[in-house]
Design a protein around this ligand. Structure first.
Ligand SMILES: *Cc1c(COP(=O)(O)O)cnc(C)c1O
Length: 480
């Protein structure tokens, strides 16, 4: 009599081939792996059934009282004792995840289980390895989890200080920051606000939410930021403000924009949602305009999950934004409202994460810059990729998401190639003027239309395998 391997002792995943389907199902149900190893009358392995196989057997018309159909006992993948891990992994795939291991006599001695990673390399990923959790749990344990608490004050003053303004007013997100800024400036019905055509929709939506009229103008062909000449052409007696966007970390031409604003008596609200720490002529973006607005969404340069901030040097605007952020309530008379306000507050929990993120912002910016350099070096020989420009000495850009132009009409093919290989790539924002809901506000979008059709954002995370991307490109497009 042969002694059976230990695997057979008290094992609830092994059952005889003459069992009814109901019995097999009980085995599968009992076993966390969701599998039954089927043995013949000599106790040797003759089949493997997963719960997926089971579904298919039932759907093919079998009843629970029937025995296992013989065709389900023919083909299964197995390994021999002593095979290396690499060999075992090779035998698995997205469907076959469990491999029985057999000894020379055909008895099962163990099984090998392997889950193939199917998760995609994301375009962005927050880096939370500093004091984020420490401060968050401190805020949590303090019970100050709502919109008052020391981390809010700290985040506001430290971020304002980092960028270089006197005041910081946190908000629930970057979009509410923009809306709050326009409301604080009393921009509303009958006013026109100039916005760039190439931006995230929040830039124009906040103008519409303020009931003002957006005027969409074209961007610079090389740098993708709002075009000062187009701003000048679009100004009318109704124009009240300009919202330049430092798109994908690239500073807008703030010298020219501020001169135009001064000459025409216009407000400037900087949309800094993608440009934390970028400078123009060595002056930090976010310090030029009347108010600048930041986003701390999960994919931004620093994050609080959701969150935003308005920065200003003007104490009157600071006060107005605080009042409007908190339902428009009078500062001196509780529950007395002088204006129709909002609840645009951030929580102390989010601000706690923000304080920790801010401690690392310099390091985060350097890391992002290094990632962009890695792309530029490794993909330097690919003729159809054109990187975001750095050849304007006035602009000290930062890297939000690595951005590039894919020429030769290859953009959509390029995106598909990477996505098929589980690397996420994003196309640029669509031209605002191209969308039905914004069309009627379009002034000009010639360059922007072209750029938005060719632009991409690449994964801006340290683990991205740029060598693999290069190899995929070379295979697909046959460049050497
Ligand atoms: C992200 C973003 C916003 C909006 O910020 P949220 O925090 O997501 O509301 C506004 N403008 C630009 C340019 C952005 O990229």
């Amino acid at each position: 009599m042969t002694t059976l391997p230990d695997f057979y002792k008290n094992n609830h995943s092994i059952c005889n081939k003459n069992s009814s389907l109901k019995e097999v199902l009980q085995y599968i149900n009992h076993e966390p792996a969701g599998i039954a190893f089927i043995t013949d009358d000599n106790q040797k392995l003759c089949g493997v059934l997963t719960d997926g196989d089971f579904r298919r057997i039932l759907l093919a018309g079998a009843a629970l009282e029937d025995t296992i159909p013989s065709q389900n006992l023919k083909n299964f993948t197995s390994a021999e004792e002593g095979e290396s891990i690499e060999e075992l992994i090779k035998k698995t795939n997205k469907i076959v995840r469990i491999i029985p291991i057999l000894n020379k006599k055909g008895y099962i001695t163990d099984y090998f289980r392997y889950e193939h990673k199917t998760h995609i390399t994301p375009v962005a990923e927050p880096s939370l390895k500093g004091n984020e959790f420490k401060y968050l749990s401190d805020a949590f344990l303090s019970t100050w989890i709502s919109s008052k608490g020391k981390y809010i004050d700290k985040f506001e003053s430290e971020f304002a200080n980092y960028i270089g303004t006197k005041h910081g007013v946190t908000t629930s997100n970057g979009t509410t920051a923009l809306h709050l800024a326009l409301k604080a400036l009393k921009i509303g019905r009958g006013d026109e606000v100039i916005v760039p055509d190439l931006t995230f929709a929040a830039t124009i939506n906040c103008v519409l939410h303020a009931e003002a009229t957006p005027v969409i103008v074209d961007v610079n062909k090389d740098f993708w930021t709002i075009c000062p000449d187009e701003i000048e052409k679009a100004i009318t007696p109704k124009t009240k403000a300009i919202i330049p966007v430092h798109i994908y970390g690239q500073p807008a031409e703030m010298d020219k924009i501020m001169a135009i604003a001064k000459k025409n008596n216009l407000y400037v609200v900087e949309d800094c949602a993608e440009s934390h720490g970028a400078s123009f002529n060595s002056q930090t973006t976010g310090t030029f305009g009347d108010i600048s607005c930041y986003s701390f969404f999960g994919n931004k340069i620093i994050t609080t999950g959701e969150g935003g901030m308005c920065l200003t040097n003007n104490p009157h605007l600071d006060e107005r934004m605080r009042m409007l952020r908190d339902h428009g309530m009078s500062k001196t008379k509780r529950y007395w409202h002088d204006e129709v306000g909002f609840n645009y507050r951030i929580t102390n929990l989010q601000a706690a994460i923000g304080v920790a993120q801010l401690e690392k912002i310099e390091q985060i910016l350097l890391e992002r810059e290094a990632i962009e350099k890695k792309y530029m070096n490794i993909l330097a020989q690919i003729p159809f990729i054109e990187w975001q420009k750095t050849n304007d000495a006035r602009r000290q850009k930062v890297v939000w998401l690595v951005a590039a132009i894919i020429n030769e009409g290859k953009r959509d093919e390029f995106i598909k190639l990477l996505r098929d290989n589980l690397i996420d790539v994003r196309p640029f924002f669509y031209s605002l003027g191209e969308m039905d809901i914004y069309k009627k506000y379009l002034f000009s979008n010639k360059n922007s239309l072209e750029i938005s059709k060719k632009g991409i954002n690449l994964p801006t995370i340290a683990q991205v395998n740029v060598e693999k991307i290069k190899q995929l490109i070379l295979e697909k497009f046959h460049h050497d």
